[in-house]
Write a protein that binds this ligand. Sequence first.
Ligand SMILES: Cc1ncc(COP(=O)(O)O)c(C=O)c1O
Length: 209
Amino acid sequence: MANTIQKYKDYVMTGFIKSMVPIVVDHALGAVITDVQGREYLDCFAGISVVNAGHCNPEVIAAAKAQMDKLVHCASYIYHAQPVADLGEKMARIAPKGLTKTFFGNGGAEAIEGALKLARLYTGKYEFIALHGGFHGRSFGALSVTGNQARKKRGGPYGSGVAFVPAPYVYRSSWPNDPEECSRQCVKALEDAIRYATSGDIAAFIANR
Ligand SMILES: Cc1ncc(COP(=O)(O)O)c(C=O)c1O
């Protein structure tokens, strides 16, 4: 265990993280992870709310193994592959009406980059409104709409054309006992930001906390 943690210190870039827990994971199943000494932990972090299918979900593992036996990767710029077409069709069925095309990326930051570009292309506008405290990933565009200094330190300046507004998160707002006042103040801050901190050429409002 100490050996793995030391190797992280020596060879793995973790400077963008405040601290990591001193657990070396050996294997995991469902909601339980087991460390190299056999201790079990209930994992409240799996997928960070993104792909929370449980660790080593047998259905996911079986599908991944079956696909990897056939084809692991072919350049997505060149070839068609059936699983991609099928998933695109499924996404079109479950997405809100009118959203029929999916951009497949490698993770969250790439999805955000795609969304920012798409919003600009679609609207012909270029500015964004983002939330105080929001986080969207570690790539340049994603950090440009991230409203959290800790994530951005020593990396700026980031992309311009972003105005930040308070998030209507009642519990952490100045009106923890008054949700309606919190909403009113956040709407006012949003209107002010549009009027005073942008040119009014807003391509998208990006919200996530
Ligand atoms: C809300 C949110 N958006 C985007 C990302 C970036 O995702 P990825 O690490 O897959 O690039 C994260 C990662 O933690 C996230 O929590």
